[in-house]
Design a protein around this ligand. Sequence first.
Ligand code: NAD
Length: 279
Amino acid sequence: MEGKALAERIRAEVAAEVAQLGNLGLATLLVGDDLASAIYIRLKHAAADEVGIASTDLRLPVETSEQELLDHVAELNADEAVDGILVQLPLPAHIDEARVVRAIDPIKDVDGSHPLNAGQLYLGRPTLVPATPIGILTLLDEYEIPLEGAKAVVVGRSNIVGKPVAQLLLQRNATVTVCHSRTADLARETSSADVLVVAAGRTALVTAGMVKAGAAVIDVGINRTDAGLVGDVDPGAMEIAAFMTPVPGGVGPMTIACLLQNAVRAARFRRGALAFPAA
Ligand code: NAD
C-alpha cells in the first residue's frame, strides 16, 4: 500500500483548497531539542509551505516553564492569522502535557488531542481527529479494504494512534480488538485479524507467522536501527498479507498530508463553513 503516492495526491487537493480559502496559518511549538521531534517539525513545515499554508515554527529552549509555554499557546489562540496550533509531543518531563493540550483552543487543535475533540471522536461525531488515524483509514479506503464486519486488531493504545484508530474502525462497523503491552497472547489476536494496525514502536514485534493470510496490514511503527528506519512488522509478512504498508513510505507521508487536511478543516470551522460544537 503506497502511502507516498496517495499522500502526494492529497497534498495537491489541499493546495487547491488553500488557494480557495485564502490565507491559512499553522503554528507549531517545539520545546527542547529532541532530534526525532525536530525532524517531524521540519517535514510538517516543508509540507505546509508546499501547499501554501503560512507556517510559524516556534522553538523554545528545554528549560521553558509550563507557564511560559501556556502563554505562547494563549497568544496563538488569540492570533487571528493562526488557524491551526500543534504542540509537538513529547514535552519535557517538567511540563504537564495534558494541561498544555487542554489550553489549546479546540477549534485550532489540528492534532485532535484536546479532550473536546477526543470526546467528539469517542461519541462518533468526529471534529478534528489525529492525523495518523485519518491517514490509516484513508489508505484502507483507497485500497477498498472492506471494514464492515471485518475483524480489526489494533496493537498499541496511545491517545494519538491506537485509541483513535480503534474508534474510527469501530465507526466503520469493524469488530475491533485493542492489544497492548500486557495483552496475554498477542499472536493469537493478530493472527485472526482481517485488518491489522500495528503502532507499538517495537521492531519486528509482529512476525510473518502472526499475520493472517490475505490480511491488510498497516505498519505505523517507526524504529531507528543501524539498518535505517524500520516498522513494527517483519517485512516478510508482505508474502502472507494481501496488502501491507512499507516503512518508510507508508503511513508516514499520510500523516503529514492528513495534518494539512486538518489545517484546512480547522480553517473551515473557524470561518463558519463547518459547524464546530460549542465548548
Ligand atoms: P506509544 O509509545 O505512545 O504507544 C505504544 C503502544 O504500544 C502502547 O500502547 C503499548 O501498550 C504498546 N506496546 C508496546 N510494547 C508492546 C508489546 N510488546 N506488545 C503489544 N503492545 C505493545 O507510541 P505511539 O505514539 O502510539 O507510536 C507508536 C509507533 O508509531 C512509534 O514507533 C512511533 O514512532 C510511530 N508513529 C508513527 C507515525 C507515522 O506517521 N508513521 C505517527 C505516530 C507514531
